[in-house]
Write a protein that binds this ligand. Structure first.
Ligand code: IVH
Length: 698
C-alpha cells in the first residue's frame, strides 16, 4: 500500500467505512497490546523485575481480550490470550508437565463471580455444588513430583506445559518434605505456591539496602527471584515457604480422593503444608461473604494474598466442566483491588509535624490504586529515601494497603533517564527557617524552634482531635482558620475564645459559634490521659498517655516527676521519659499549662469513688518489679480490692510493696518507717485477708 499513488490512497481512505476504520484501529491496538504484554511478561517472569503493576497488566490483558472478542478474526495462536505466560529459562533444565498447569480466570467484582456461577450452573444443572474457598497466595506456582515417597522433581509453571527444573532450590525450603513416611502412590504430583512472608521480605530488603543492592518491590517478586536462582545456596538463605493447594496427578494407584477438599486433607496427612484458612461454602452468596471477609482481613495474614480462589469441590464435576484455553471452568480467582501502582514522583516535600519532626513526603503524578486516587505518599525519613535510592523525577512503585497512608516502595530504576535528582533534607525548617537538628540515634530531623508556626498549627489540630480533647466542630479547617486569624496561638487560647471572635470568621454563623463554644466548654472535663495525649509531647501517643495518667494521676505529679521516676513505669523507656521531662521543663509549655488551668481544664484524674473491698481505706505504693504481676496489673488489682494506689510515698501511705530493683520509693519508705512488703510478704498479706491472687497475665 505504501507504493500506491497518492490519489488512489486518498480515494481508498475516503471509501473506507467508519466500521473499517474502527477495525484498522483495533488491529493496530491489538498488535501494540501484544507486544506490550510480551515485554511485560518477560520483565515479570524472566527478569523478575516488573515495570508495571499487576493492575496495569490486567488492564492490558482485558483490553486485548475485549478487542479479540469483538474482532475474532484478529486472534492469532501466539496471542498472549492463547497461552500461559512465562518462558522457561533453559539454564535450569526443562520439565514437561504431565498435566498442564493451568491459570485462572479472574472476577473483579461480585457480579462477575455470580456470572461465573451461572455459567457453571448451566452446565451442571440441578446437581449440588460445593465450593472450596482459598486465599490466593501471591507467590510463584510450583509443582512437586514424588516418587516412591521421595521428593524427586520440582518445577515452576513456566508456560504451563514446560517449566523450569528448580528441584535443588526447592529442596532448601524446609517445609517441603523430602521423604514421606506414610504409604503413598508410587508417583504423584502436588502443586502450590512458594511465597515469602511479609516479615521475611522486609528483613531481606533491609539487608539488601544495607549492601546497596536493588530492592524487591514486593514479597512476590522476592519469592520468584529467590526460587529462580541458579545457585541454590542463595535460595537457601531466603526466607521462603510454601502452601500446597492442589493435587496435580497420581500414577500407579487409584486416585485416593473424590473431591478437592479430601485431596487437601490427604495432602495434609502426608505432611504437606496446607493453608488452614481454606474453607467450604455451599452457595455463591456464601462464597461472596467469604471473599469480602478476606478482603477485609488480608492484612492480618503474614503473607500477601491478592484475592480468593474458588474451586468446585467434586473432582467428577471438575472433569466434566473441563477447561477453555488456559483456564479451567471449575475454578476462578476473585481478585482484590490492587495495592500497588506505578507513577512519577514529581517532587519531595517536607511537612513539619506537631513535635517539630520534619517528615518528607512524595508529591506524585496522580495514580489510581485500589479504587482511590493517590497523589501523595509518605517517605518516612531521609535515611530511608537514600537507602531505597528514591530520587525526584523517578518512576516509583506506590503501595496503598488498608487504612494506612500510601507509601513509596522504591524506584523503577529501569525507567531512569538521567534527569532524576538526589534529594537532601533542607538545612532550615521550611516553615520558620530555623536550622534543623538531628538527635543522635534518631532517624528524624527536627525543627528545634518551639515557636515555629507550623508546629503550633499542627499541635492545635492534634489537640482538638478525637482521643485528645475531642472538641467536636473544630476540625483541621477551623483549627487552621483560628490559628491563621491569630485568635489561637496555642491550644490554651481556645478556652478564651469569645462568640464575637468566632462569628467574625468566614462561614461561621451565630448557631455554629455557640456550638463550638459549648463543645470547647465540654472538653474541660476530659480524662487526664486525653489531656496528656493532647499536649502533643514527642513520643507520647495515646497509650503512653494512658500509662502516665494512670501512674501519676495529676498533671502536677507528672510535671514534678524526674526523668528516672518516669522511666520506672512499665512500658515507658528512657527516650520517652526524657522527652516527657524536658517538655515539662520548658517555660513556654508551663505557661500554657497554667493558662489551661486558669481556664478550668481538669488537671487530675477524677477520683473514682473508691470501691468497697477487703482493702478499703488502705493506701499502697508499689515499687520495683514483681514476679506475679505486672505493675499495671498489681495497681488495678489493689484498686479492685478497694485500696487506693499512690504514686509516691507519703505519711498517708500504709504499705509499700517492694519488688526487684526498687527505686527511691523504698528508700523514702525506710526513712518514714512505712511498712514494706516484699513480694512473698505481700502475697501472704493478701492470703491472710482471704484475697485470691489471679494468675500472671490474666
Ligand atoms: S489453583 C487450575 N489455588 O494463582 C488451578 N492457585 O492466577 C490453578 N494461586 O497459577 C491454580 N493461590 O500461582 C490455585 N489457592 C490457590 C492459589 C493459586 C495462589 C496462584 C497460582 C496460579 C495463579 C492463577
Amino acid at each position: 500500500a505504501s507504493s500506491a499513488p497518492c490519489g488512489r490512497r486518498i480515494l481508498a481512505t475516503m471509501a473506507q467505512t467508519a466500521e473499517d476504520r474502527a477495525f484498522q484501529q483495533a488491529r493496530l491496538r491489538v498488535e501494540e497490546l501484544r507486544s506490550l504484554i510480551n515485554y511485560h511478561d518477560y520483565r515479570y517472569y524472566v527478569l523478575n523485575s516488573p515495570e508495571i503493576s499487576d493492575a496495569e497488566y490486567d488492564e492490558l490483558m482485558r483490553e486485548l481480550r475485549r478487542l479479540e472478542e469483538q474482532y475474532p478474526q484478529l486472534i492469532t495462536p501466539d496471542s498472549p490470550t492463547q497461552r500461559v505466560s512465562g518462558q522457561p529459562v533453559e539454564a535450569f533444565g526443562i520439565v514437561e508437565h504431565r498435566v498442564p498447569m493451568l491459570s485462572l480466570a479472574n472476577a473483579f467484582n461480585a457480579d462477575e463471580l455470580r456470572a461465573w456461577e451461572r455459567r457453571v450452573r448451566n452446565l451442571v444443572g440441578e446437581r449440588e455444588i460445593t465450593y472450596v474457598v482459598e486465599p490466593k497466595i501471591d507467590g510463584l506456582a510450583v509443582a512437586l513430583v514424588y516418587e516412591n515417597g521421595r521428593f524427586a522433581t520440582g518445577a515452576t509453571r513456566g508456560d504451563g506445559i514446560r517449566g523450569e527444573n528448580i528441584t535443588q532450590n526447592l529442596r532448601t525450603i524446609r517445609s517441603i518434605p523430602l521423604v514421606i513416611t506414610r504409604p503413598t502412590p508410587p508417583r504423584f504430583e502436588v502443586r502450590g505456591e512458594v511465597y515469602m512472608s511479609k516479615k521475611g521480605f522486609e528483613r531481606l530488603n533491609e539487608e539488601r539496602a544495607s549492601r546497596g543492592e536493588p530492592l524487591f518491590a514486593n514479597p512476590r517478586n522476592a519469592a520468584a527471584g529467590s526460587v529462580r536462582q541458579l545457585d541454590p545456596r542463595v535460595t537457601a538463605e531466603r526466607p521462603l515457604d510454601i502452601w500446597l493447594y492442589q493435587l496435580g496427578w497420581v500414577e500407579g494407584a487409584p486416585m485416593p480422593v473424590q473431591s478437592h477438599w479430601e485431596a487437601l486433607q490427604w495432602m495434609r496427612d502426608l505432611g504437606f503444608r496446607v493453608n488452614p484458612h481454606i474453607s467450604r461454602a455451599s452457595d455463591i452468596e456464601e462464597v461472596l461473604e467469604r471473599c469480602a471477609e478476606w478482603e477485609r482481613r488480608r492484612e492480618e495474614l503474614d503473607y500477601d494474598i491478592d484475592g480468593v480462589v474458588i474451586k468446585i469441590d467434586s473432582l467428577a464435576l471438575q472433569l466434566e466442566l473441563g477447561a477453555v484455553g488456559r483456564e479451567p471452568r471449575w475454578a476462578i480467582a476473585y481478585k482484590f483491588p490492587p495495592t500497588q501502582g506505578i507513577t512519577r514522583l514529581l517532587k519531595i516535600g517536607v511537612n513539619v509535624g506537631r513535635t517539630g519532626s520534619l517528615n518528607p513526603y512524595a508529591i506524585l503524578e496522580p495514580v489510581r490504586i485500589g479504587g482511590a486516587t493517590v497523589q501523595m505518599a509518605t517517605l518516612h525519613n531521609e535515611d530511608d529515601i537514600h537507602r531505597k535510592d528514591i530520587r525526584e523525577g523517578d518512576w516509583v512503585i506506590v503501595q496503598r494497603a488498608g487504612e494506612v497512608i500510601p507509601q513509596v516502595v522504591g524506584p523503577v530504576v529501569s525507567r531512569r533517564t538521567g534527569e532524576e535528582r538526589v534529594w537532601h533534607m533542607p538545612d532550615r525548617c521550611p516553615a520558620c527557617g530555623a536550622a534543623v537538628v538531628r538527635e543522635p540515634g534518631e532517624a528524624m530531623y527536627y525543627c528545634p524552634n518551639d515557636a515555629c508556626p507550623a508546629q503550633a498549627r499542627r499541635l492545635l489540630e492534634h489537640f482538638v482531635q478525637r482521643g485528645a480533647m475531642d472538641i467536636e466542630g473544630i476540625g483541621e479547617k477551623l483549627a487552621y482558620a483560628l490559628f491563621d486569624a491569630g485568635l489561637v496561638k496555642d491550644p490554651a487560647d481556645l478556652y478564651y475564645l469569645t462568640k464575637e471572635q468566632l462569628v467574625a470568621l468566614e462561614r461561621m454563623g451565630d448557631k455554629s459559634a455557640e456550638n463550638v463554644l459549648r463543645n470547647i466548654e465540654a472538653s474541660k472535663n476530659r480524662p487526664l490521659a486525653n489531656l496528656i495525649f493532647a499536649l502533643g509531647i514527642r513520643h507520647v501517643g495515646s497509650e503512653v498517655a494512658a500509662l502516665l495518667a494512670r501512674h501519676f494521676r495529676s498533671i502536677d505529679a507528672l510535671a514534678n516527676a524526674t526523668e528516672d521516676e518516669i522511666a520506672q513505669i512499665e512500658g515507658i523507656g528512657p527516650v520517652i521519659a526524657r522527652s516527657v521531662a524536658s517538655w515539662f521543663r520548658n517555660e513556654r509549655n508551663r505557661a500554657m499549662l497554667e493558662k489551661l488551668r486558669r481556664a478550668g481544664v481538669a488537671m487530675e484524674e477524677r477520683e473514682e469513688a473508691p470501691r468497697e473491698g477487703p482493702l478499703s481505706g488502705l493506701q499502697f505504693v508499689v515499687t520495683g518489679r514483681l514476679e506475679t504481676f505486672t505493675r499495671n496489673e498489681v495497681e488495678d488489682f489493689l484498686r479492685a480490692q478497694g485500696a487506693s494506689v499512690g504514686s509516691s510515698v507519703s505519711k498517708k501511705t500504709d504499705y509499700v510493696v517492694v519488688g526487684e530493683e526498687p527505686g527511691s520509693k523504698a528508700e523514702k519508705a525506710r526513712r518514714l518507717g512505712t511498712p514494706m512488703l516484699d513480694e512473698r510478704a505481700f502475697l501472704r498479706f493478701l492470703r491472710e485477708r482471704g484475697i485470691t491472687v489471679p494468675e500472671k497475665g490474666s
